[in-house]
Ligand binder design. Structure first.
Ligand code: PEP
Ligand code: MN
Length: 349
């Protein structure tokens, strides 16, 4: 259930409502907005009746939330969330550009790529240090040492850093080296990992599992928010379908759908979604037009020499072509984003 407070509620009324909820064995999550203050009630539904809550002083209305996800729901948090990472904003005016190699391979490689991402106006450098591979025989990542290279190369270029973590050890190793923890598609339902990340103070990019429904995706985000970390960015990276010409299928529908039901920002990963360099640019532009808050793309100076995912990595020429096309439509898309966002927020009040 969510409780919407009256505009003129007093601090005492607010505190009394929280006390009322806690005394009945439920938890209260407060969301202070510009227009409305909302309290999310979680757990122990039976002891809390909508009618009794509605009668408390300071309460405008109490509404049941039927979806299993609460903290990620737009009903709980009508304004779109902006996840700030240094000077970069996910869900802000401008879509965020994340680029880099699938895997950090060497110091030289990551510097060359970081320089390219920095020089062409990118915001965040990606690079896998610990790689979740489908085969135990495939390259598993350079490990610890690579985190220093990644950090130095990114910071030199004024870029934020994202890298994947698979367990508590990775979190410890990467904590001081990255700005965003990535949860890969294969770990979307690794609930222990999600809980650990919920206890950190670092933003998390949560990738959608290859066959996850929207509810499952949002329930995974819910784990992180429930533990206290509200800085979650969703990522649609393609789902598995019967289509045989691409690695996965980018579910473009999910972008406006997430905007309807959740306040969290959502970006797309056209590299893993398509698995083909020639599909990356049109798919990225389409996703941005559909409202994506950014994209994460794999690039490599010599894709044919990449140790992982070279077949879906843009070389620098192709990467610049993508950026050029993006700059041609950017202003129109930014105007469109403002209108769409306003409509979503107004509808949920
Ligand atoms: C990656 O970003 O390199 C990766 C492994 O992605 P995903 O988890 O989406 O497969
Ligand atoms: Mn990859």
């Amino acid at each position: 259930m969510i409780i919407v407070l009256k505009d003129n509620f007093t601090q005492k009324e607010h505190d009394d409502i929280i006390k009322f909820i806690k005394e009945r064995g439920a938890e209260a999550h407060v969301s202070a907005g510009i227009e409305k203050n909302i309290i999310g009630v979680i757990g122990n539904k039976r002891s809390l009746e909508i009618s009794s809550i509605s009668a408390l002083p300071g309460v405008e209305k109490a509404i049941p939330i039927l979806e299993p996800y609460k903290l990620t729901s737009r009903k709980f948090h009508p304004r779109s969330s902006i996840v700030k990472v240094g000077n970069v904003e996910f869900g802000g005016t401008e879509p965020v550009i994340i680029a880099g190699p699938c895997s950090v391979e060497s110091e030289e490689q990551i510097w060359e790529i970081a320089n390219e991402v920095g020089a062409t106006g990118g915001h965040v450098l990606r690079g896998g240090i610990f790689k979740p591979r489908s085969s135990p025989y495939s390259f598993q990542g350079v490990g610890k040492e690579g985190a220093n290279w990644l950090n130095d190369a990114a910071k030199h270029n004024g870029l934020q850093i994202i890298s994947e973590v698979m367990d508590d050890k990775d979190i410890d190793v990467l904590y001081d080296k990255v700005d965003i923890f990535q949860v890969g598609a294969r770990n979307m339902q690794n609930f222990r990992l999600l809980k650990l990340l919920g206890k950190t103070d670092k933003p998390v990019l949560l990738k959608r599992g290859i066959s996850a429904t929207l509810t499952e995706f949002l329930m995974s985000a819910e784990y992180i928010l429930y533990e206290g970390n509200n800085n979650v960015i969703l990522c649609e990276r393609g789902i598995r379908t019967f289509v045989e010409y691409s690695r996965n299928t980018l579910d473009i529908n999910v972008i406006p759908m997430v905007k309807n039901v959740s306040h969290l920002p959502i970006i797309v990963d056209p590299s893993h979604a398509t698995g083909k360099t020639e599909l990356i640019t049109p798919v990225t532009l389409g996703a941005l037009a559909a409202g994506a808050d950014g994209f994460i793309v794999e690039i490599h100076p010599k894709p044919h020499e990449a140790v992982s995912d070279g077949h879906q990595s843009l070389n620098f020429t192709k990467y610049r072509e993508l950026l050029n096309k993006w700059s041609m439509i950017k202003e129109s898309i930014i105007s469109l984003r403002e209108l769409t966002n306003e409509a979503a927020e107004i509808e949920s009040y």
